[in-house]
Design a protein around this ligand. Sequence first.
Ligand SMILES: *Cc1c(COP(=O)(O)O)cnc(C)c1O
Length: 337
Amino acid sequence: MINLISDTVTKPTAGMLLAMQRADVGDDVFGEDPCVNALEDKLAAMFGMEAAVFCPSGTMTNQIAIKVHTQPLDEVICDHYAHIYQYESAGYAFNSGVSMNLIQGTHGKITAEQIGAVIKPVHDWLPRTRLVVLENTCNKGGGNYYTLDEIRPIRSLCVERGLRLHLDGARLFNALAETGESPLDVGAQFDSISICLSKGLGAPVGSVLLGTKEDITLARRFRKVMGGGMRQAGYLAAAAIYALDHQIERLKVDNARARQLGALLAELDYVENVRPVKTNILIFDVKAPYTAASYLEKLAGKGILASPFGPQTVRFVTHLDVSEAMMDTVMKTLPTL
Ligand SMILES: *Cc1c(COP(=O)(O)O)cnc(C)c1O
């Protein structure tokens, strides 16, 4: 089977498995796992942030970030496609007691002007606007990404209005592969950044939250209370370090392959509305009589798996475990459906 369901389906490469096997580990709840400490230090240094904390998932790093930056009755501004709103089971309400102030952005991206227009004035009867969350790349927006020139005015506005700014950077390295921008410059724009190691980077488990020393100290308490304190997590951190050392450069390949598939789909009669392909996510609609479900079933019959993203909408994601030969098969198969 060729699995285009998500870039989370990848399995560790031989080199990664060897790195995991050789990992020097300890009990991370006591702060004594050398590999976890090395991973946290490495990512913090890469983005010029003071501190970092390794967590089991990107949902947890996002939830902890919201908890660190807000108090109950505050509100968070983000695009209506944001993962924190769409796919984290309303954890913002459950964990932090905050509400969402949603913006209808463009393919998942919002602007300083749009944010400025919805910041609430200070009144007893209004939620206090406290946090802005950007997502880069934006999953439901079809892998769309922000450039630094788009982020800087948002940062200025947040500083001016006393708002914190968090980046859900689950697939940040897919964006940086396109923009060529430096992690240090990106880090300088945010109060906190969440990075997934288990997406395009190809590690089996884990995400890291980056921030100030003070915020990450608090984040460690929240990680523990959420049940995210892990013991010999160094085996996972070793995989993540291997991914950062060996599997960043190749993200360009995933992005290029998604563009190649997008160009092909745009030519096919049964396809419409291919969203602009910016990184490794490809979202499109199938025309009736196809539904997403019937199309995916037919596709599976040809050995290709993908996911539904609406009644007529389908998502493909390219990743490390899609070989050149698999790409050829997909390119040959899609026009026959
Ligand atoms: C995958 C993802 C997350 C979190 O993922 P986990 O599956 O909890 O690790 C957060 N934000 C975005 C944009 C994602 O795509």
